[in-house]
Design a protein around this ligand. Structure first.
Ligand code: G6P
Length: 367
């Protein structure tokens, strides 16, 4: 397949912009639009009712998709999730149940550590599921059941559209698991699916923040360290925001659970440290807002990403990016967009090689 940048300056910009379309496409494979229920693709049917645990493993950005999914599987399906980065999974020697499901998440389907974990889990008698973007890849071939993301070819080394498509698939699987395990009623499922199919439209709206984010990038380019904070499913998105920024702008960044701020990272905060706070106006907002005040009191530059209600309830910030209101469940897919754009425009401002950042590879085939 030949892909080009089209009107875009970088593949990464194009891939960020494509998200409403490719996430929408991925969802059509997992949602029956007529009944409004989850319907897994042909050949990818899986019954979650008999599982007592789910093991998830992946690397990099795909691992963060797995971290979000843990919240979903545990909440909607009451299914305990055991998750670790693929390069560590085996060394923990986690007790695995033969016949249980191990879910690998990988854009390329070739990452050596993820593949090694897959083979380890298979040797322990587990069934292997794979959320993969490249259907001909080794991980796809070695898995028992493939849950495809249809993000299309991703060229930018820093993953963007593959990540949100992974989230879309994992969200659908968590709802399916909730139905199989009789945790979700038909009405619950319908409500969750309805919020999921709104995502492409909300992502498209979120992309309109780009000019505002571009302006912020010049302030970020001056920073030496940036902190990203989030609570609940916004926590893995904070981790992903920090990873995106370091990968392509080479600015040191750390993602933290908002509540953990006071246990260390707050020592770093002064007027030179931008602190990106991801806080949709949900049941966790108030707690995150109080962490934000701790940052403000120390002169930290807060960049708040929230919805209109959150913006109305927040105190003073350095900048506030207002994303459309979404159901709490799908907010990780929406909040992924501004953190990608922020990393992208900061890197462009600094003049780094956005699509081919130094020292990194698109697919890492050594352990
Ligand atoms: C590399 C890429 C990352 C990616 C990770 C896992 O480090 O630079 O963007 O998240 O590998 O890759 P995978 O293909 O397994 O998702």
């Amino acid at each position: 397949v030949v892909v080009d940048k089209g009107q875009y300056r970088h593949f990464m910009a194009k891939e960020i912009a494509e998200q409403p379309e490719v996430v929408g496409h991925t969802l059509t494979r997992f949602v029956d639009m007529t009944s409004g229920r989850i319907s897994l693709p042909a050949g990818a049917d899986f019954d979650f009712s008999r599982l007592d645990r789910l093991a998830i493993s992946a690397c990099g950005t795909a691992y963060y998709a797995g971290l979000v999914a843990r919240y979903w599987f545990e909440k909607f399906a009451r299914l305990p999730v055991d998750i670790d980065i693929a390069s560590e999974f085996r060394y923990r020697e986690p007790p695995l149940t033969p016949g249980g499901l191990a879910l690998m998440i990988s854009q390329s389907g070739e990452t050596a550590d993820t593949l090694a974990t897959l083979r380890h889990c298979r040797a322990q008698g587990m069934k292997i599921g794979a959320v993969v973007n490249v259907p001909t890849s080794t991980i796809a071939r070695e898995a028992d059941v493939v849950f495809p993301t249809t993000a299309g070819v991703e060229v930018g080394v820093a993953s963007t559209k593959a990540f949100t498509c992974q989230l879309a698939v994992l969200a659908a699987l968590a709802i399916k698991a909730g139905r199989d395990r009789k945790v979700l009623s038909e009405a619950d499922e319908a409500r969750l699916v309805a919020s999921l199919i709104e995502v492409p439209r909300l992502m498209a709206e979120t992309l309109h923040l780009e000019p505002e984010i571009e302006k912020l990038a010049s302030a970020f380019a001056k920073a030496q360290d940036v902190l990203y904070l989030g609570r609940g499913t916004s926590y893995p998105i904070a981790l992903e925001g920090a990873l995106k920024l370091k990968e392509i702008s080479y600015i040191h960044a750390e993602g933290y659970a908002a509540g953990e701020l006071k246990h260390g990272p707050i020592a770093l905060v002064d007027e030179n440290v931008p602190v990106v706070v991801l806080a949709p106006f949900d049941v966790l907002f108030e707690k995150t807002a109080s962490n934000m005040q701790e940052v403000a009191a120390r002169g930290g530059k807060i960049v708040l990403i929230t919805d209109a209600e959150g913006a109305a309830h927040a105190g003073e910030t350095f900048a506030t990016l207002v994303v459309p209101k979404a159901y709490a469940f799908v907010s990780p897919l929406i909040y992924a967009v501004p953190i990608q754009l922020l990393a992208y425009h900061t890197a462009v401002f600094m003049g780094t090689d956005v699509d081919q950042p130094r020292n990194l590879a698109k697919s890492v085939t050594v352990e």
